[in-house]
Design a protein around this ligand. Structure first.
Ligand code: SF4
Length: 283
């Protein structure tokens, strides 16, 4: 039976993007191809905040410190924290989901498969998970990806079956929420901006871009990246989202980023998990 290494599995409200406000199950897979140590740092500097956390002091995700710089989900990919993420069978995952949703079965809830980077090797397990008898009522699924991972031939074939279903009892809406990493993340442009890969996601579901913005330079980078995606044929929406995994940073940015989005006719994504839940683990 397929297994997935799970950093977190929890029920909350989606705070970002297309499904903002929708009750959602979050399945956070372990592993990422990036580190994003540049977030919240002066350009060219890398955060050491997560590196300074001693994993030996923590036995549970909920006890881990939040960081205000670098990747705010550092424990979902940093190997030093891997023992906090159990390898679970799809049976165990489906069972656990039914325990945590309000009616113990899927109704209006949406599933967010996030990370880390959820389109790394775990693609091989998603068909078993999504076809599980306890997942049958699920209708809407979002993959929160950094947009650098190609879909595998097997997973494309699987997604095609949902895309081609016209019977509403079998219909599923697949979304790729692509948080393409700009230079403010600390990642290299040529590794992070992958238009051909993201264009392919559009063949298997709805894809949109979500750029994290802290400064005018980030906005300009987002527009340069958008031009590259459009030139490759990308047709989806573009969201601007304020930087800020902690409330003090988020509050400095949210209104300014909303103004930038309005002025340029782009979509604004909040990060509702920050004002609502202080972005604690498990929210
Ligand atoms: S891509 Fe996402 S999960 Fe991976 S390091 Fe960057 S912010 Fe963190």
């Amino acid at each position: 039976m397929s297994k997935i290494k799970i950093a977190e599995l929890f029920y909350s409200i989606q705070g970002e993007g297309r499904y903002m406000g929708v009750p959602s199950v979050f399945l956070r897979t372990f592993g990422c191809n990036f580190k994003c140590q540049g977030f919240g740092m002066p350009r060219g500097e890398l955060s050491q905040e997560a590196n300074n956390i001693d994993p030996a002091k923590y036995i549970d995700y909920k006890m881990l410190p939040l960081v205000s710089t670098g990747c705010d989900s550092y424990a979902s990919w940093d190997p030093r924290f891997k023992d906090l993420s159990p390898m679970l069978t799809v049976d165990a995952i489906a069972e656990r989901i039914c325990e945590i949703i309000p009616h113990n079965e899927w109704r209006d809830e949406h599933l967010v498969i996030t990370g880390g980077e959820p389109l790394l090797g775990w693609q091989r397990a998603y068909s078993d998970l999504l076809d599980h008898p306890k997942m049958q009522g699920l209708k809407e699924i979002t993959f929160e990806t950094n947009g650098t991972q190609k879909l595998t031939p097997d997973f494309k074939q699987y997604l095609h079956t949902w895309k081609s279903h016209h019977d509403k009892d079998f219909w599923r809406e697949i979304t790729f929420s692509v948080s393409a990493k700009l230079p403010c993340s600390g990642e290299k442009w040529e590794d992070a901006i992958c238009p051909e890969i993201v264009c392919e996601y559009e063949e298997y579901g709805t894809a949109y871009l979500k750029f994290v913005i802290a400064t005018e330079q980030d906005f300009e980078d987002a527009m340069t990246a958008t031009k590259e995606f459009r030139a490759a044929g990308f047709t989806g929406h573009v969201y601007l989202m304020p930087v800020g995994g902690v409330e003090s940073v988020y509050a400095l940015n949210n209104r300014r980023v909303a103004d930038l989005a309005m002025k340029n006719g782009l979509r604004y994504s909040d990060r509702l998990q920050v004002p609502l839940f202080k972005n604690e683990w498990g929210t």
